[in-house]
Design a protein around this ligand. Structure first.
Ligand code: NAD
Length: 278
C-alpha cells in the first residue's frame, strides 16, 4: 500500500514530482464567489490540490481564490485540462496559454488531455510534451483514456503520461485498467469518486461506514486511497469540504476493501470514453 499520512500527503509521479493524493474538484462550481470561497475553505482545511478545467468555466475564480488565500504558489498543486474542441498541436498550445491567463498563473502543476478525441489526441499529446519540456507545466497526463487509448498513445509518445484521471468509485472499479496504469507508472486518479452524490443513497455503503463510525464520503475516499488511487471530491460546502478530508484516523480492513471492490458493476455516472460525442 502507498503511504497514506494526512491531508497534505503526496505520492511521487513517474517524473519525481510529488502530488497531493487528495484534492478539491470544482466541476459545476460557479465562477466567482462560490468557487473563490470553496478554494479558501479547502486550503484552510489543509487541501493542497485543486482540479479545474477550461470547460468548467471557473479558472478565473480558481485563480482568484488561490491568490486571495495567500498560500504560496509552490505549496498548492493546480491542475487544468485541454478541452476537446481545443485539441490538436497548435490549438492546445493556445488553449494552455489561455488557461494560464484566466488563472493568472505562470505555470501549471498538471495539464491533462480531458478526453481521448479520436484522430487528435496524439497531436495534443505532442503539444503537452512541448509544454513540459519548456517547463511551463510540472507534469502532464491524460483523462478518460482506456487501455487501448493508452496503448495507441504510448506507441508514439516520448513521455509517458504521469496521470490518468478517470471515473472511479465502488460501482466502477475497472481493476484491469488500474493494473495497466500502475504497471506503466501512470498514476490513477478518480473523478466523481462520490458518484456525483449518488453514493449517499446506497444502503451497502451506509452499513460499512457505520462499522467505522465514518461518513459514506470518508469511507469511499479512504477506500480509493488505500487502492493507490488519488481522488478529487467536489464540494463548495465548507462542512463537506472539511469532513471529506477527515479520513486519516481509520483504516479499512482487507476484508472490507474486498467487500467494496466486489460492489463493482461497471456502472457509470458520466460518459463512456469509448462512446462520447462531444
Ligand atoms: P463527486 O463524485 O465529487 O460528487 C460531487 C457531489 O457530491 C456534489 O453534488 C457535492 O455537493 C456532493 N457532496 C460532496 N461531498 C459531500 C458530502 N460530504 N455530503 C453530501 N454531499 C456531498 O462528483 P464530480 O464533481 O463529478 O467529480 C469530482 C471532480 O472530478 C470534479 O469536480 C472535477 O474536478 C473532476 N471531474 C473530472 C472529469 C473528467 O472528465 N476528467 C469528469 C467529471 C469530474
Amino acid at each position: 500500500m502507498k503511504p497514506i499520512t494526512d491531508i497534505q500527503g503526496r505520492w511521487k509521479l513517474n517524473n519525481g514530482v510529488d502530488m497531493p493524493y487528495l484534492g478539491l474538484g470544482v466541476y459545476q462550481a460557479d465562477d466567482g464567489q462560490e468557487v473563490v470561497d470553496a478554494i479558501q475553505y479547502a486550503l484552510d482545511a489543509g487541501y493542497r490540490n485543486i482540479d479545474t478545467a477550461s470547460i468548467y468555466k471557473n479558472e478565473e475564480g480558481v485563480g482568484q481564490g488561490f491568490r486571495e488565500s495567500g498560500y504560496a504558489r509552490e505549496d498548492v498543486f493546480i491542475t487544468s485540462k485541454v478541452w476537446n474542441t481545443d485539441q490538436g498541436y497548435n490549438n492546445t498550445l493556445d488553449a494552455f496559454e489561455a488557461s494560464l491567463e484566466r488563472l493568472q498563473l505562470d505555470y501549471l502543476d498538471l495539464y491533462l488531455i480531458h478526453w481521448p478525441v479520436s484522430g487528435k489526441y496524439k497531436d495534443t499529446w505532442r503539444a503537452l510534451e512541448h509544454l513540459y519540456k519548456e517547463e511551463k507545466v510540472r507534469a502532464i497526463g491524460v483523462s478518460n483514456f482506456m487501455q487501448d487509448h493508452l496503448e495507441d498513445l504510448l506507441s508514439t509518445a516520448t513521455i509517458i503520461p504521469m496521470v490518468n484521471q478517470l471515473e472511479f468509485h465502488p460501482f466502477l472499479v475497472q481493476q484491469s485498467l488500474i493494473d495497466y496504469c500502475h504497471a506503466h507508472k501512470i498514476q490513477y486518479q478518480a473523478w466523481s469518486p462520490l458518484m456525483q452524490g449518488k453514493a449517499f443513497h446506497q444502503d451497502a455503503f451506509d452499513a460499512i461506514a457505520k462499522q467505522y463510525d465514518t461518513s459514506v464520503a470518508q469511507l469511499i475516499l479512504r477506500w480509493s486511497l488505500q487502492k493507490g488511487v488519488m481522488s478529487i471530491p467536489k464540494s463548495t460546502n465548507k462542512k463537506h469540504i472539511e469532513s471529506n478530508a477527515d479520513l486519516f484516523d481509520f483504516e479499512i480492513s482487507e476484508a472490507d476493501m474486498q467487500r467494496l471492490d466486489a460492489m463493482d458493476r461497471g456502472e457509470r455516472t458520466g460518459p463512456d470514453p469509448h462512446n462520447f460525442d462531444f
